[in-house]
Design a protein. Structure first.
Length: 256
């Protein structure tokens, strides 16, 4: 439910929902009305998520992704204050870059131009040294890696998904091709409607550890079982539909 100010009944601003200002998770232990937890689902509520997305490792298990044996690359800096850069929103409102950051409740932003870091800001609970949850940005990494493997001849985009993940044979992906998972054109009963509690994405959240398991829940509780349980609806390759499970299947493909 959106947070509103009492006087205007307008959505609360970024400043009004700043986790530091509101005192979320401060002190040991933090006061009960300032505590954000995984099990009660408060970490997904607004404005609590403005703290949670910058502290997700305190709420759910995570792992580091190894960067390799080489040293980290240092980005050269050439600072420019682009906050006053002007644009126009889709509904015709004049907008500056700095105002856009406020209106989107951004936790942080980094702008690179021609290989140089020109603008970097951290807001709310985010700090330069802290990892921030990446959400569906990870789909870009998965797709890029899949594209590299295709170019190297290690994955055949025309091959059945089951050539790489045979365990999906009896699922909706049993007769899908790799490129259909890459393009999100599989025909699935699964839906991804974030405002519908009956949508498949809520089962996905329970399976991938991003939602608590309620008492009496009998569905899959890990991502592998969830993917194997997906049912087909319609035909593969006919239409695009944004469905995270496609990227999950793609990430599970084993290149031989």
């Amino acid at each position: 439910m959106p947070v509103t100010t009492a006087a205007s009944q307008q959505p609360a601003t970024a400043a009004e929902t700043d986790p530091q200002t509101l005192g979320w998770m401060q002190g040991f232990p933090p006061p009960p009305d300032k505590t954000i937890t995984f099990h009660d689902g408060s970490f997904r509520s607004f404005p609590e998520l403005r703290w949670a997305w910058s502290n997700i490792r305190q709420l759910v298990p995570t792992v580091n992704v190894w960067r390799g044996a080489g040293p980290a690359s240092v980005l050269p800096r050439e600072d420019h204050d682009i906050g006053a850069s002007a644009s126009v929103t889709m509904d015709g409102r004049p907008m500056t870059f700095a105002r856009m950051i406020e209106e989107t409740y951004a936790d942080g932003i980094a702008v690179l131009h021609r290989g140089k870091l020109i603008y970097e800001r951290y807001l709310g609970a985010l700090k330069p040294h802290k990892p921030h949850i990446a959400m569906s940005v990870t789909k870009s990494f998965t797709g890029t890696l899949a594209g590299i493997l295709v170019a190297e001849g290690k994955i055949d985009p025309q091959a059945p998904v089951t050539d790489y993940v045979p365990e999906l044979k009896t699922s909706a992906f049993g007769d899908a091709r790799v490129h259909e998972a890459m393009d999100m054109t599989t025909g699935l009963e699964y839906t991804e409607v974030y405002t519908d509690k009956n949508s498949g994405v809520f089962g996905l959240r329970r399976a991938n550890g991003m939602a608590p398991i309620e008492p009496g829940y009998a569905g899959p509780t890990n991502i592998f079982d969830f993917l194997c349980a997906q049912k087909k609806q319609g035909e593969h390759g006919k239409a695009f539909a944004y469905k995270t499970v496609n990227s999950d299947v793609l990430a599970g493909a084993r290149a031989e």
